[in-house]
Design a protein around this ligand. Structure first.
Ligand SMILES: [Cu+2]
Length: 121
């Protein structure tokens, strides 16, 4: 037996679906973190986001200069001692990525490490 859906009701349903889809595409999750480097330690040393989040990081070097590098995202940021740098990126690659300091003036820089986790949706 065939059921008849009133045309107006169908139009409302379609309109609602279109609005929901548009909202999901236009409103990425925004995530904000402050990461501090002090005495060759990043705090926090792990951040977790979801794929396609828009990630804003304020990177601050306490004391000596430091840098913040994520190879897979081609991020290389440097902050002078006592200074901050703020940047954004879209977490479009899922996976686990190290972040580290690539400065060479100080041997301990190579031990300044953290982990970015981008979870698949
Ligand atoms: Cu360093």
């Amino acid at each position: 037996m065939r059921r008849h859906v009133p045309g107006a009701a169908l139009a409302v349903l379609i309109a609602a679906a279109v609005v929901l889809t548009a909202a999901q595409e236009q409103a990425p999750n925004r995530r904000e973190f402050t990461i501090t480097a002090r005495d060759h330690v990043f705090t926090p040393d792990r951040i977790e986001v979801s794929k396609d989040d828009l990630v804003k990081i304020t990177f601050r070097a306490e004391g000596r200069p430091s840098s913040f590098v994520i190879d897979a995202y081609r991020i290389v940021k440097r902050a002078g001692g006592g200074q901050s740098v703020t940047f954004e990126f879209r977490a479009d690659q899922p996976g686990t990525f190290p972040y580290y300091c690539n400065l060479t003036g100080d041997a301990d820089c190579r031990n300044t490490k953290g982990t970015l986790v981008v979870k698949a949706r």
